[in-house]
Write a protein that binds this ligand. Structure first.
Ligand code: BEZ
Length: 237
């Protein structure tokens, strides 16, 4: 069955993009960075986000927002790449509209490449098609998929929206912060967490070890069950 599950390795596909031909693993690369929460991490992260079609309204607003947030992704060492089922010349012409929508010069360049997938081969392979949204020829369009790959090139997060619902790219940055923090520290992030808020100690970590690992303190909330599983600690460095 096509598609990607959490933990799957990113397929090392080749594709034409607005910035030339790429091989996906080479594109992801393996540089070093200091993410928002301050500690140096190894390896490159990557985000692949798909779009139903060029020159469509919701997609234009999404790519505009993604372009505005490019420096935030870059700070977190996350390489961005988009996919839409049209050709490179279409993507380049559409990029002018996206820049104009942002109030910028209507140039063909965006801060990330867009993959051309005219025959939907990649969209099929990655399980990205939305069966409910079709083009004028009755062919399915791509859904709004977000795949985030870790430095080991494995899938760490997958979000799937239908073509008719635009994504929230601030939320995507928020989950990148959580993914990067929880990849290196024995913590999990609670509901509505944002970088800088307290985090939860993972349930598998014994209290004694938690005290040593989190010198800023571990704070337990009393609950009617008497179980001490709600353990908070300030976000670790
Ligand atoms: C859009 O990007 O606006 C869109 C694309 C396909 C279906 C519905 C909306």
């Amino acid at each position: 069955m096509p598609g990607l599950l959490l933990g799957d390795e990113a397929p090392n596909f080749e594709a034409d993009t607005t910035q030339g031909r790429i091989r996906f693993h080479d594109f992801l690369g393996d540089s070093l960075c200091v993410p928002a929460w301050g500690r140096k991490v190894g390896g490159g992260w990557g985000i692949l986000f798909s779009h139903p079609r060029d020159f469509t309204p919701v997609c234009t607003t999404e790519l505009g927002r993604a372009a505005k947030l490019a420096s935030e992704f870059s700070k977190r060492n996350v390489k961005m790449i988009a996919l839409s089922i049209d050709s490179v010349p279409d993507h380049l012409a559409w990029s002018k509209d996206i820049n104009a929508y942002n109030g910028d010069q209507p140039v063909e360049k965006l801060p990330f490449p867009i993959i051309a997938d005219k025959n939907r081969e990649l969209a099929v392979k990655l399980g990205m098609l939305d069966p409910d949204e079709r083009d004028k020829d009755g062919m399915p369009l791509t859904a709004r998929v977000v795949f985030i790959f870790g430095p080991d090139k494995k899938l760490k997060l997958s979000i799937l929206y239908p073509a008719t619902t635009g994504r929230n790219f601030d939320e995507i940055l928020r989950v990148v912060d959580s993914l990067q923090l929880t990849a290196y520290k024995k913590v999990a992030t609670p509901v509505d967490w944002k970088s800088g808020d307290s985090v939860m100690v993972v349930p598998t970590l014994p209290d004694e070890e938690a005290k040593k690992l989190f010198p800023k303190g571990v704070f337990t909330k009393d609950l009617p069950s008497g179980k001490k599983y709600l353990r908070y600690t300030p976000q670790p460095e």
